[in-house]
Design a protein around this ligand. Structure first.
Ligand SMILES: NC(=O)c1ccc[n+]([C@@H]2O[C@H](COP(=O)([O-])OP(=O)(O)OC[C@H]3O[C@@H](n4cnc5c(N)ncnc54)[C@H](OP(=O)(O)O)[C@@H]3O)[C@@H](O)[C@H]2O)c1
Length: 267
């Protein structure tokens, strides 16, 4: 028996990275999971195969986000896929995870087109996926939006990206107020630098980075995708029914505080 038996979930950007771990965890808890992808269908099908091998149920849905008509295409693909499986229409859990970091989103180098693309994929797409999905999302359901540590601390190297995640935080809080009357909870999960494929490649190219990242966390290690997926699964579960409108930090306590190795001299 899983905590999500009998439910249906949609995880955007589940062909790799955090989304893949979230999809696998929700499926392990008994949910029928739609593994969304943008371009990489083989990767999404591989996630589906792994879930199925592990005894879960999943299917892939493709839709490029951040372009005109994206939300409509995504929900149309969901409707078709559920109908083809003979599954009842609608979803219980929506995880808005798909996102990009952008090429050069700091103040000096950001170009208007890059800025627009970041906001189109990271902010506009989740907004309209929710808007166009309201009639598919069942009462008592869950929305989990994936934010970032960059929305809690100042990260000038990724300023525009950080701004998109700040938008996700207030989107989550406000949506929670709006959808509460339907019993739908809405929360954001805020990961720090996590050992996804892209970041593992970064650590391999620059080994010192892993230690720096581990040192940011009170728990002194780099987070794994499963660390974040477990938090999402909790928020999706009945046990989290009384938690809504929150930005849940899943960074292992990154930048919690500072120890300088001693107390200041007595005044
Ligand atoms: N990794 C971290 O350390 C970290 C830290 C904090 C927050 N986050 C956030 O966590 C989320 C996932 O990050 P990640 O690092 O796991 O990402 P990732 O490994 O780069 O994977 C991104 C996923 O999103 C999909 N995607 C990207 N752009 C898309 C588009 N335009 N249309 C449709 N799908 C699109 C990709 O699908 P295809 O490959 O099929 O196109 C892929 O499945 C993002 O919101 C990110 O901002 C990540």
């Amino acid at each position: 028996m899983g905590t999500l038996d009998g439910t249906t979930s949609l995880v955007t950007g589940a062909s790799r990275g955090l989304g893949r771990a979230i999809a696998r965890k929700l499926a392990a808890e008994g949910s029928l999971v739609a593994v969304h992808y943008g371009t990489n269908e083989p990767a999404a099908q591989d996630v589906v195969a792994r879930i199925t091998e592990a005894g879960g149920a999943a299917f892939a849905v493709g839709a490029r986000l951040g372009v005109a008509g994206d939300a409509e295409r995504l929900w149309a693909a969901m409707d078709t896929a559920l109908a083809e499986r003979g599954a009842r229409p609608g979803v219980d859990v929506l995880v808005n995870n798909a996102g990009i970091g952008g090429a050069t989103p700091n103040l000096s180098d950001a170009r208007p087109d890059d800025f627009d693309e970041l906001f189109a994929i990271n902010v506009k797409a989740p907004f309209f996926v929710v808007q166009r999905g309201l009639d598919r999302l069942r009462d008592g359901g869950r929305i989990v939006n994936i934010s970032s540590l960059s929305s809690r601390i100042a990260t000038p190297d990724v300023l525009a990206y950080a701004m998109t995640k700040g938008a996700i935080n207030i989107f989550s809080t406000t949506l929670a107020q709006e959808l509460g009357s339907r019993g739908i909870t809405v929360n954001a999960v805020l990961p720090g630098v996590t050992a996804t494929e892209a970041n593992v490649a970064w650590f391999a190219a620059q080994p010192a980075i892993r230690d720096i990242v581990a040192g940011m966390s009170a728990l002194r290690r780099v987070g794994e995708p499963a660390d974040v997926a477990d938090v999402v699964a909790f928020l999706a579960s009945p046990a989290a029914r009384w938690v809504t409108g929150q930005v849940i930090d899943a960074t292992g306590g990154a930048f919690l505080g500072l120890s300088v190795g001693g107390a200041p001299p007595a005044a």
